[in-house]
Design a protein around this ligand. Structure first.
Ligand SMILES: C[S@@+](CC[C@H](N)C(=O)[O-])C[C@H]1O[C@@H](n2cnc3c(N)ncnc32)[C@H](O)[C@@H]1O
Length: 212
């Protein structure tokens, strides 16, 4: 399931700050699996933190997870080496990244939608995408591993993903995206959609060529 997948991407981290932790399930799963040493679960709302506390009590992980009510990084004073922000929209992730904060070793970002805008924002603000992961559970979820480093991206990479486009696992995802776009009647296709269709076709051809 998605939570287990996110937790597995944190292998080897020391202290993980999970912003918008909600139920704290990512931290609980990562700790139970021995992937991380400690967690800081933060959420802007009291309700999710109550839920998180219940789950942490049940898992007997109170000595390993600190809960903080905070809008993004604003009230975070504890140190951490990895930051997770998943299950939010692009605009919210962007607004959190814009807040003052201590730079982690890496960020793991999972935008529900508008991933291309997130990639563009990252490239224009001195963040480098060092890996991209796809997970399928009824729909596709994308997670970006990001560090603080200047790295320019080609415009096509905003849409395809600079790392994703090199991975065979992206094939069914690109095909799925292409199918969705081809369902739009030709005379209703904007220039942007036409461009996306041609990028997807090219990326699919490249990946299929690599198989042979
Ligand atoms: C849909 S849940 C995602 C939960 C979890 N991260 C996941 O991927 O399953 C979004 C959570 O983000 C919290 N949230 C929204 N805005 C926030 C902010 N500015 N700072 C911290 N948490 C926020 C919400 O209260 C909610 O619990």
């Amino acid at each position: 399931m998605r939570i287990k997948f996110i937790a597995s991407l944190l292998k080897g981290a020391n202290t993980v700050l999970d912003i918008g932790t909600d139920h704290a399930k990512v931290l609980i799963e990562a700790l139970k699996s021995g992937y991380i040493k400690k967690g800081i679960g933060s959420d802007v709302n009291k309700g999710p933190l109550k839920n998180a506390l219940k789950n942490i009590d049940k898992a007997q992980l109170n000595d390993k997870i600190t809960l903080v009510q905070s809008d993004g990084f604003k009230k975070i004073t504890n140190s951490y080496d990895v930051v997770v922000i998943t299950g939010m929209g692009y605009e919210l992730i962007k607004s959190i990244l814009q807040q003052d904060h201590q730079a982690p070793k890496y960020y793991l970002l999972g935008a529900h939608y508008q991933v291309e805008l997130l990639r563009k924002y990252l490239a224009e603000h001195n963040y480098q995408i060092i890996d991209e992961y796809l997970f399928f559970e009824k729909k596709y979820y994308l997670f970006l591993k990001v560090i603080n480093k200047k790295a320019l991206l080609e415009e096509e990479d905003y849409y395809l993903g600079p790392i994703l486009k090199t991975k065979q696992e992206a094939l069914p995802y690109y095909k799925d995206e292409l199918d969705k776009l081809l369902k739009i009647k030709e005379h209703h296709r904007s220039n942007q959609i036409k461009k996306q269709i041609s990028l997807l076709k090219e990326a699919i051809t490249n990946l299929e060529r690599q198989q042979n």
